[in-house]
Design a protein around this ligand. Structure first.
Ligand code: SF4
Ligand code: SF4
Length: 337
């Protein structure tokens, strides 16, 4: 299992097209003209990531639903034994598209929604997407997470709270992201934005929902640095449209080596390298991978801290049988190794 083997990637994010049908003002990850990456190249990249032992392969862009062979690419990920995820703006979803993603075996889909109604910054809006969320709630056989965004350039942080409530009401999980600059670094937040993050984090009731890994967002919203080791380039890799391996979307060019010649030793070296951008980094998927590594390396300390945070946010929190089992295995002094 990738999580137990420190030399394998937990998550690989593969760009299937740089093109997007939207043009969010804060985004540095899209263009308006690129062609889809040839399917044969993508299938080879998936095979190579599978050979390296990757657990989760996430298809991203630009807008990945613009790729005409997305279903085939998802199916290949599943055939190679990895979990398949798609990060999308959701605007191209149709009922038929949801059914096709079911048939392809998709495990997980994330939609980012920025505001209630379109504005000059973003058209990823609840009013545009709500009927598509209803289709997903009734048809999707995969897990759906709705990510809302707060921070500088987002005028109404209350929108993020409403979006998260709607997501929870439809049975989805919700996360919150902080807008970053073009290097993935945080911008200072005012009280209204900090308050919105706090209320969204309180909506989550599961110890192991992705949102419970978002302690780092709370620190960033308060202007506090996070003390963590970023393992991007090894435990998380970003494969761009040209087939080069980078640490993450915000550190493209580093190391920038071709995937076909990337070895397990390259991954370990990059994972171990200190990253000066780490203290104020907002790249949430890499933080989540770091939480999994913390559970592997320091299970008792990490699980106890997660449980304490959850009880602080939700005093009525009741641990599930899975959480109790993990505590029995790792935290109870009579059984801990
Ligand atoms: S939808 Fe996503 S990829 Fe497209 S411009 Fe907006 S943030 Fe960027
Ligand atoms: S800390 Fe890691 S994830 Fe964040 S910007 Fe730097 S390399 Fe990327």
């Amino acid at each position: 299992m990738a999580i137990l083997s420190p030399d394998r990637p937990i998550v690989a994010q593969i760009i299937v097209t740089r093109r997007c049908n939207l043009a969010c003002a804060y985004c540095n990850e899209y263009d308006r003209r690129s062609s889809p990456v040839p399917t044969a190249s993508l299938l080879r990249r998936i095979d190579r990531m599978a050979e390296l032992g990757t657990a989760v392969i996430t298809l991203s862009g630009g807008e990945p639903l613009l790729h005409p062979d997305l279903d085939r690419i998802v199916a290949r990920i599943r055939e190679r034994g990895a979990m398949a995820a798609v990060l999308t703006n959701g605007t191209l979803l149709t009922e038929e598209r949801v059914r096709r993603l079911n048939r392809a075996g998709l495990d997980y889909l994330q939609i980012s929604i920025d505001n209630r109604a379109p504005d000059a910054v973003s058209k990823k809006s609840l009013s545009v997407l709500d009927h598509r969320l209803v289709w997903l709630a009734s048809l999707a056989e995969f897990q759906v997470t709705i990510n809302s965004v707060v921070g500088v350039g987002i005028d109404n942080p209350e929108d993020a709270v409403e979006i998260a409530r709607r997501a929870r009401g439809l049975g989805f999980t919700s996360t919150v992201g902080v807008v970053h600059d073009n290097k993935g670094q945080v911008q200072p937040l005012d009280e209204a934005h900090r308050n919105a993050i706090d209320r969204i984090l309180r909506l989550n009731t599961s110890l192991f929902s992705f949102a419970q890994c978002d302690q780092f967002q709370e620190n960033l919203s308060l202007g506090r640095a996070n003390h963590w080791h970023c393992r991007a380039g090894g435990r998380f890799v970003y494969v761009c449209e040209d087939g080069l391996v980078h640490r993450c979307s915000q550190q493209r060019g580093t190391p920038g080596i071709p995937l076909e010649s990337c070895s397990a030793a390259d991954l370990v070296r990059e994972a171990n390298r200190p990253k000066p951008c780490a203290p104020f980094c907002t790249v949430s998927c890499v933080h989540r991978v770091a939480v999994l590594d913390s559970i592997r390396e320091r299970p008792a300390e990490t699980l106890t801290a997660m449980l304490d945070r959850q009880k602080k946010r939700n005093p009525g929190f009741e641990a599930s049988w899975l959480v109790k089992l993990l505590f029995w295995l790792f935290v109870n002094p009579r059984h801990a190794r």
